[in-house]
Design a protein around this ligand. Sequence first.
Ligand code: BYC
Length: 333
Amino acid sequence: MATATVDHATAFDAAVAADERIEPRDWMPDAYRATLVRQIAQHAHSEIIGMQPEANWITRAPSLRRKAILIAKVQDEAGHGLYLYSAAETLGTSRDELLDKLHTGRQKYSSIFNYPTLTWADVGAIGWLVDGAAITNQVPLCRCSYGPYARAMVRICKEESFHQRQGYESLLALSRGTPAQHAMAQDAVDRWWWPSLMMFGPPDDASAHSAQSMAWKIKRHSNDDLRQRFVDICVPQAESLGLTLPDPDLVWNESRGHHDFGPIDWTEFQQVLKGNGPCNEQRITQRRTAHDEGAWVREAAAAHAAKHRSSTSNGSDSSGSGSGSTSQGEESA
Ligand code: BYC
């Protein structure tokens, strides 16, 4: 028995070392499974909570074109949640259990969605900065050692990439618009810049999970490395947009080959994680309400699936007899 476990562990380590994918039926250490459930669930929760600040502007989008794009984007976020909950389920957990943990505060979602969307420009800033940060963080996750998560990320990244571009295009239109529109775009960037940098998680020396997650090849880069990559990407984009990033310390460092940037307010980050951000309470209350009010949809879908299953199985049980379920009878009539 002990030898079997050692063999399993050796095979797991060898697969990770060889950059092979771990699949749901493969043996994996309990802690690897728990880390994946924690990260994938947090990611899935972020997608569905992230629908709220964006959906806030659907009714007030400035044109039919912008409204159609925003509706499609919010719908995409729901789809991302579905892919990710499905990936988490392959690890032996249920969607109900994960949602219950979200609703009772036992699992987190991204800090970024606890900030309000005060103006239309915030929709553009979320697309440019929040989706931009998400892509920077998530492209390496396409090479995550756990197969179902890695495959979900491929599709998500393609869609996030479209989201990021629409945000950039929307902000560009505002930046080149009237002085009031330009000021609105600048104000949105001023408010979303620092929270976007916090999306990458605590600094490396305070990141509890990074070392082990990187050894398991769940994460491929550290929080600080990805944050730096994001800053370097954003600086020229902000210049093209004609907008200023709100950091007086932001400067190119020739010797490092990167931009230096000012200190992040980690106290604010910790407060948001503790539930004290501007919108934590509103987001979770709205999520619980949506879940309760959607109970009838889940029940109807489950009843429909059960009816479909029973009619299919009746049909196959009665194959050739012609005396099966109603639907079988209708088909053969
Ligand atoms: N917010 O040891 P660390 C999106 C927690 S969706 C809240 O570095 P790890 C989008 C962390 O969970 C964006 N909590 O952790 C959606 C841990 O606490 P626990 C979501 C955070 O896991 C809709 C503790 O701090 N993206 O972009 O190694 C519309 C210590 O951290 C945050 C993902 O979820 C945070 N920002 O690294 C538009 C990507 N950061 O769990 C856009 C997948 C850290 O021990 N996730 N914490 O209680 C990851 O890549 C990693 O989980 C993280 C954190 C880089 C976020």
